[in-house]
Design a binder for this molecule. Sequence first.
Ligand SMILES: C[S@@+](CC[C@H](N)C(=O)[O-])C[C@H]1O[C@@H](n2cnc3c(N)ncnc32)[C@H](O)[C@@H]1O
Length: 325
Amino acid sequence: MFTRPPAALHYATAAAPPEGWIPADSIQPAASSPTPQRCGWKSWAPPSPASTSAAAEAEAAQTEAAAGNGDAGEEASGEGKRKDWYSKAIAYWQSVEASTEGVLGGYGCVNDADVKGSDAFLRPLLAERFGTDKRHLVALDCGSGIGRVTKNFLLKRFNEVDLVEPVSHFLEAARENLTRCMDQGEDSHKAANFYCVPLQEFTPEEGRYDVIWIQWCIGQLPDDDFISFFNRAKVGLKPDGFFVLKENIARNGFVLDKVDNSVTRSDPYFRELFKKCGLYILSVKDQKELPKELFAVKMYALVTSQPKIQNSGKRRRPKNAPRRI
Ligand SMILES: C[S@@+](CC[C@H](N)C(=O)[O-])C[C@H]1O[C@@H](n2cnc3c(N)ncnc32)[C@H](O)[C@@H]1O
C-alpha cells in the first residue's frame, strides 16, 4: 500500500464517484490539473498522466479485478464489483509481512510519533467523558492489523481491547504479540476478543465499548459501506462512548490507490460523511511530527449526539456569561 510506484497514484478529478461512492454536493473534486499530492506513506510524486478521473479509474480497477471471477451476471452488477473491490484489497494485505514495517508500508519510523499523538489526543477526552472514577474501560481496535495500536497504546488505557481485522495472518500475529504483553494483575489489561471480519461485515456487541478506534483502514470502504458501518457500530458504544477516526487526509477530493483498492479522503469529504452518519465532531487534532513526504493525518473524536463542547475543544460560553471588555 505504501511503497507502490508513482504510476499507481491517482487523483480525484471527476465529480461523479465510482460505485458505492456517494460524495455530497459540497465535496469538491481536486483541480483538473492536479498538483502533486502526498499519497499514502510515500513520497511526493507526479500524477499518473493516464489518470483523468478517479471515478473512471476506480470503475476500471473494479472491472479489471472482476475479470475471471464469479458469473457474468454478478460481475456486471454493482455487488460483483464491490466484491472484487474488496477481494483485491484483501489479496494485497495478505501479501504483506505481519510486522510494524509491513502494516506501515515501510514507515515503521512513524510508530512512536503516532502513539504519542494518539495518547495525547485521547487522554483528555477519556477524563472529560468518563471522569476520574475507576471505570472498566473497553475499546475496539478496527482494522487492527498486527495489533500495533492495541499493544503500544490502547492496552495502556483500557482494561479490555477487542480487535477486528480481516487478514488472518495479521490477526494471528496480533494474538501472539498481545498474549505476551498482557498485564495479568488485579487491574488487568487484556486483549479479549479477536474477530477475523472486514468492517463492512462487522456488527459489534451492543453497548460494549467506551471507545471504538478506527485507524488507517476506513479508506478501504466505499462511502455507502462507510456510512452503514458507522451506523451499525453506534450500537456497540456505551451511552457516553465515542469513536476515534485517525486517517490520512487528501488535500481535496479524494485520492485513489489502485494497489490496495483504498481511497484517501479530504477533511471536507470526511465531514460530509460524518453528517450522513449522524455523527458530531467532539474534537479534532492534527498528528504532528510525521515525515513531510507523507499525507497529513487527522484524529477525529466522534459522538452520536450534539456535543456541548465546540469542535475547537473549547467550552461554549453562555450568552450572558461575564466577559472581558
Ligand atoms: C495500514 S494498515 C493499519 C493497521 C493498524 N490500524 C495500524 O495502524 O497499525 C491497514 C489495515 O486495514 C486492514 N483492512 C483492509 N481491508 C479492511 C476492511 N475491509 N475492513 C477492516 N480492515 C481492513 C488491513 O488488513 C490492514 O491490517
